[in-house]
Design a protein around this ligand. Sequence first.
Ligand SMILES: C[S@@+](CC[C@H](N)C(=O)[O-])C[C@H]1O[C@@H](n2cnc3c(N)ncnc32)[C@H](O)[C@@H]1O
Length: 295
Amino acid sequence: MKAVHTPEMESSSAVHMDDAEFERWVRLLESRTGVTVPPERKPFLVTGLRRRMREIGHSAFGTYYEELLDGARGAVEWAALVDHLTVHETHFFRHLPSLELIRDEWLPHWLASTPADQSLHALSVGCSTGEEAYSIAMVLDAALSQLVPPRHFGITAADVSQSALAVAKRAVYPGDRLAEIPRPYQAEAIEPEPGGQFRVSARIRKRVGFACVNLLHAARAPLRKLDLIYCQNVLIYFARDRRGELLDGLARLLRPDGLMVLGPGEVTGWSHPQLLRYGGRQTLAFLRKPQETQA
Ligand SMILES: C[S@@+](CC[C@H](N)C(=O)[O-])C[C@H]1O[C@@H](n2cnc3c(N)ncnc32)[C@H](O)[C@@H]1O
């Protein structure tokens, strides 16, 4: 049933957000993005909403809510709002042990168990402004390009936020972020830009394609079968009971001997009949069983 908003309600909801209003915004956000907002994060939700409402001249949560449900116009505005309500914090080489696991343990295994002409396809889910996908590309490029013959690879980097993806595609970052990239990778992966900024090199950029994909629908997205899925600092924003379902969907996209890398501690108690826990305690990763051992 559609909620009815009187002028009195509007003026009070412009000043503060009561519990009922908060709950319907939480439900909307959760049903459309999967992201859950617990009561202690209400200030984050309210601040994000107010910022966006100010930008477009809305003063009341109620009318703004109605606008978001309004057909195509609402869909366009929803995409803009999502940028204000999602956390985009990220770094290059954010979780080094995970990248080392890929480079030192999984990659040798994958190379030994796949035909020499098979290319590697990876997915970075919740890639934000691109640093994660470019870090994976730097690691894979350094490891695979020196092989004779070299193995090809490509990365699809997906996020629900259009503004984060725009930054990712541009691949230009402030100079102080350079320190996040280990020196051995910098020579091949970085090009200086005016104003002390740097750009990820064309060599690395051409390996990464960006797509606006909602993790809730990732299992249904037209993605090819994957060898590597990297999903860190995204599931933490989803309700606990939903995380398992999402991981089941991602697991279906993995090829035999493929690896799914999550952030340590991001899920507990999840398992999958076709996946084996992989790597040590510093990481949280799962290997899809080789073809012959699959039931
Ligand atoms: C905190 S950032 C993490 C970035 C990167 N994975 C890392 O670990 O540095 C979380 C990202 O997840 C994205 N996100 C949130 N909900 C999503 C969804 N339903 N589908 C796809 N991406 C989502 C946000 O837009 C944001 O860019």
